[in-house]
Design a binder for this molecule. Structure first.
Ligand SMILES: [Zn+2]
Length: 182
């Protein structure tokens, strides 16, 4: 029987689990960062044009036919990356740094006091130990995973987030349903 608007219908029951991916030009951000690796070229402040791609696996909803709505997934990624865009990423959990806020400025003590001083609004303190692509990707993956669950997605089995920091250079982080939240 043909379904009519307003009917409660389950057109997609029995569809096998599937995977959806968003990897669009618009899911990018520009940011500066540094690594606390003495002598490494990346110890110096420098920047990247990052791009994010996310794949999510799970059951196909029997009424919508979605694993997750693309629009919802894109909006979640945009919400995660917005605070990072055009900012200096400061790894707030890095044990080698001491961060303070002085007169509206974020002061980063590292090899010497005041190693880096920024207007507060130019800094984004990310709760990670290091801002490598690998570590950032893991943090972002959990942000996206938690946001999907908060907005009601249930039964998702796997999420893979790829963070590209320059063309052809990226890190992937994977979360499986059974992974413990650290
Ligand atoms: Zn870098």
């Amino acid at each position: 029987m043909r379904a009519r608007p307003g009917d409660t219908c389950y057109l997609y029951s029995g569809v096998p689990p599937s995977q959806v991916t968003v990897a669009k030009e618009s899911l990018g951000f520009s940011a500066a960062h540094f690594l606390t690796l003495p002598g490494h070229v990346c110890e110096r402040l420098h920047g990247h044009n990052y791009r994010v791609a996310v794949s999510v696996e799970g059951p196909v909803d029997s009424t919508t036919g979605f694993v997750v709505d693309f629009a919802v997934l894109k909006q979640i990624v945009r919400t995660v990356i917005a605070p990072l865009d055009h900012r200096v990423l400061v790894p707030a959990k890095n044990p080698l740094l001491r961060l303070s806020d002085v007169d509206g400025q974020t002061v980063v003590d590292y090899t010497r006091p005041g190693w880096l001083v920024l207007p507060r609004e130019h800094a984004c303190q990310v709760p990670v130990t290091q801002t490598t692509a690998e570590v950032l990707a893991t943090w972002m993956a959990w942000q996206v995973w938690d946001a999907l669950r908060t907005q009601g997605s249930r039964g998702l089995t796997r999420l893979v987030l790829e963070l590209e920091e320059s063309a052809g250079q990226s890190a992937k982080a994977e979360i499986n349903q059974s992974d413990p939240r650290d």
